[in-house]
Design a protein around this ligand. Sequence first.
Ligand code: ATP
Ligand code: MG
Length: 306
Amino acid sequence: MRSTIILASNLTKRYGARMVVDGIDFEIRQGECFGFLGPNGAGKSTTMRMITGLTPRDGGRLEILGRDVVPEDPLIAAQLGIVPQENNLDTDLGVAENLEVYCRYFGMPARARAERIEHLLEFAQLSDRRDAPVRILSGGMMRRLVIARALVAQPRMVILDEPTTGLDPQARHLIWQRLASLKERGVTLLLTTHYMEEASRLCDRLLILDQGRILDQGTPEALIAKHVEPEVLEVWTHKGCPDPNTFGPLPGRLERVGDVLYVHGVQLESLRARVRQRDGYSCLLRPANLEDVFLRLTGHDLGEGS
Ligand SMILES: Nc1ncnc2c1ncn2[C@@H]1O[C@H](COP(=O)(O)OP(=O)(O)OP(=O)(O)O)[C@@H](O)[C@H]1O
Ligand SMILES: [Mg+2]
């Protein structure tokens, strides 16, 4: 059994009368990629900030490497790389200079600094931008620089709050590759996301958070197998949501999201063939995914907050 890196039990945070993190329990183990999947306002960043000691908790137990989390614990700071939701780079400085500041913070001697910066620029594919002012970088480049900066002290664990939100698909894939290579090297990753594709590609285990509560946790495959049928047929028309009665009795559970009808079931090929024969109807048959799990558990999709 791998050792525990983070342990949370009945972790709670309130803002005024509002319970933002409502007594959650989770355990993150050495070398795994653990995900927090949830919509806007679910409490993901608040939980990350409690872990990194930036926000005090109101209740419960929270330990990193067996130590109670307190603000600015230097032993913890050296073990954790932090990628906050907002890029907090120094925009008056250049790319390499942003890394240099962090290397100095960790007291690295000049030669080690130069080597580390070289390595990180290469890792983040920013070697050719080393002297560029940060303010002219694209969103994807800035995100990669924030990730590189989190790695300066070679932490055992990196916490990433929405590493790819707002990036184009190519930029997102590049970051996924980099995160996968960190995991291969044994770095423990904790990330938040509202992209189910990100969660299912990267995460060994994840929890689904909504309105401060954990709806369930496990491997992506186990969550899908537990909560939803294996296939989904999405049906839509160019004029509003399809009438489910058009096709006679449907072989599955029905759900409606916006103007799309979802049929959840097994062996839906013959239904797909029937839908395709109808003028004005379109459909897509696909395997069930985490978004379906989320919808089943909450009644709303991942884009909507509370
Ligand atoms: N400093 C604060 N003061 C008051 N309320 C806050 C504060 N920070 C967060 N909240 C509230 O806590 C709730 C959870 O916010 P949080 O930022 O943790 O959500 P999130 O899951 O990270 O959402 P997003 O996907 O939008 O980043 C929200 O209702 C938010 O308004
Ligand atoms: Mg957030």
